[in-house]
Design a protein around this ligand. Structure first.
Ligand code: UDP
Ligand code: MG
Length: 310
């Protein structure tokens, strides 16, 4: 019998831990029929509520339930990495704890891998129902831009809910970068991937962990991690500004020769200085983003630290 490891990143998900376990138990017989035994690894990403206790209670009841507990909150990306690294199954699936990733899809995902020979099966939601409209709007823009900027395809609506073979998981683990953007990494490693589509499901209990600010930072990180186009944009902008400045200089010089220089024109001068220095600061900011990521990368800090493992 083959084994499937279910990796569940959790951050303050106390009310969802047992619900999730019970939902998984409901699909377990269907998977066993397909010749697949389950193990469940909850990755407690530094929760401050009773998440770890809830998982421990499950572990005493059912030895297929495991706990990886971080020393602090390292973020979902780190939790995914830890789960892939520590789980031992022949297949691995990453799922959210809030039941937004329907466990009912698991048998079909496994069928696609086992019978049709895919290496990974990803999921994408086709609707953004139940999400604030402003958030959907910016999410759509983000996917449009990042796909223009990056050679790695980042699919709109793609979730981290994905089943993969051990080989695929090991390939993802080979990507050891500190600034992890899983949506990009899953696509970057290649292999044969299949997308399953489903309607958005709302979170069962508790609140989303993503504020608008956190999502914005995440979007910038994704762009910096998977594209160097902003850097090229900064230099193109600089060249364009130089050319414009040269043309203006020539015009002003000739005009002064022909008509003299009757007006000092300081307001326009101030505007131009402000504009150009603004553009300069913006471009330095772009360079700074890459520099700061490089700085964090060369420090080679561990992606996560464990305080408990069951
Ligand atoms: N999560 C995590 N670490 C974090 C934030 C979130 O492990 O720092 C987990 C969270 O517990 C959940 C999953 O990542 O299982 C998705 O988070 P959430 O449901 O808040 O995001 P959304 O579904 O709203 O995008
Ligand atoms: Mg969610």
């Amino acid at each position: 019998m083959k084994t499937l490891s279910i990796v569940v990143p959790c951050y303050n998900e106390e009310p969802n831990i047992t619900d999730f376990y019970e939902e998984i138990l409901k699909v377990a017989p269907a998977l066993e029929e397909q010749g697949l035994a389950l193990t469940l690894t909850y990755v407690d990403d530094g929760s401050t509520d009773g998440t770890a206790e809830a998982v421990r209670a499950l572990h005493t009841r059912d030895e297929r339930v495991h706990l990886l507990r971080f020393s602090r909150n390292f973020g979902k990306e780190a939790a995914i990495y830890a789960g892939l690294e520590k789980s031992t199954g022949d297949y691995v699936v990453v799922m959210d704890c809030d039941l937004q990733d329907p466990p009912a899809l698991l048998p079909e995902m496994y069928r696609l891998i086992a019978e049709e020979g895919y290496d990974s099966v990803g999921t994408r939601r086709v609707t953004r129902k139940g999400e604030p409209p402003v958030r959907s709007f910016f999410a759509r823009r983000f996917y449009r831009w990042i796909n223009r900027m990056s050679r790695t395809e980042i699919v709109d609506g793609a979730r981290d809910y994905r089943m993969m073979t051990r080989q695929f998981a090991d390939a993802v683990l080979e990507v050891k970068e500190y600034n992890r953007f899983s949506k990009g990494i899953f696509s970057w490693v290649g292999f044969n991937n299949k997308w399953l589509e489903y309607e958005n499901v709302e979170r069962r209990k508790g609140e989303t962990k993503w504020s608008f600010r956190k999502l914005f930072v995440y979007a910038v990180e994704g762009m910096v991690a998977f594209s160097t186009a902003p850097l090229a944009f900064a230099s193109v902008f600089g060249v364009v500004c130089c050319i414009l400045a040269l043309i203006f200089l020539l015009v002003i010089f000739i005009r002064a020769l022909v008509m003299g220089d009757p007006t000092p024109g300081w307001p326009s001068m101030v505007c131009i200085i402000l504009l150009v220095s603004g553009v300069q600061m913006f471009c330095i900011g772009i360079v700074g983003q890459y520099l700061s990521k490089t700085y964090l990368e060369v420090k080679k800090r561990p992606i996560y630290l464990l305080r408990e493992e069951l």
